[in-house]
Design a protein around this ligand. Sequence first.
Ligand code: ATP
Length: 251
Amino acid sequence: MLSIKNLHASIEGKEILKGINLEVKPGEVHAIMGPNGSGKSTLASVLAGREDYEVDSGEISFNGKDLLELEADERAQEGVFLAFQYPIEIPGVTTTNFMKTALNKIREHKGLEPLDAVSFLSLMKEKMKLVEIDQSLLSRSLNEGFSGGEKKRNEIFQMAMLEPTLSILDETDSGLDIDALRIVANGVNKLKSDDNATIVVTHYQRLLDYIVPDFVHVLFNGKIVKTGGKELALQLEEKGYDWIKEEAGVA
Ligand SMILES: Nc1ncnc2c1ncn2[C@@H]1O[C@H](COP(=O)(O)OP(=O)(O)OP(=O)(O)O)[C@@H](O)[C@H]1O
């Protein structure tokens, strides 16, 4: 589904990603961990097509398409979903209206008719139940005055509605409390299928108790220096990152 080959990327002339290689297949959950400043959020942002980042070399193919050729909104229409560390607030636009527009944009791209009001409402109800989000949140302006946990819940709701093929969750520093961790984890687990894949960027080994990853990758200084199974996250929790740096010869 996703194939990243020797990706180099920089911001304001400073090289951050220094040769990332990653293969993600349908049905898989990949966790990306690593010390502060190693490039985790940069990788998520480059995948989502955020403009501040310059891709210097390398390839990213997504379902056979060259992802780097696509603008951020085109990537979303192709089924890439990025949940940011800090979701933006959009005063005056209700979550419901935002979702309607986003969903119909994606449907249009797939050559489908926009959903009529009744079908849209029944889809919303079904997904609200799935991610346990409160109706009152959906009639408020998007993210405005939402608590951290509410923003997270809302993001997982958006994910449920849009049914992306590839979800990228950047949870490195979002101040998730235990409830919010569970919200994110339950959402990801419930939405998991053989047709979609998830990349979770996290510092929290705890999150991986709830979302069991198929692979854990350790990013250090812009490169993936170690890949393992879910037990790697437990080793990191116990021993920190120094042993990995030594093992990779980057200490
Ligand atoms: N606008 C910028 N200008 C210069 N350097 C930047 C800019 N944005 C990010 N960086 C640098 O890029 C490096 C990687 O940042 P990134 O946020 O991707 O790391 P991270 O692994 O997600 O870190 P954390 O775990 O702390 O969230 C850091 O050294 C950071 O200071």
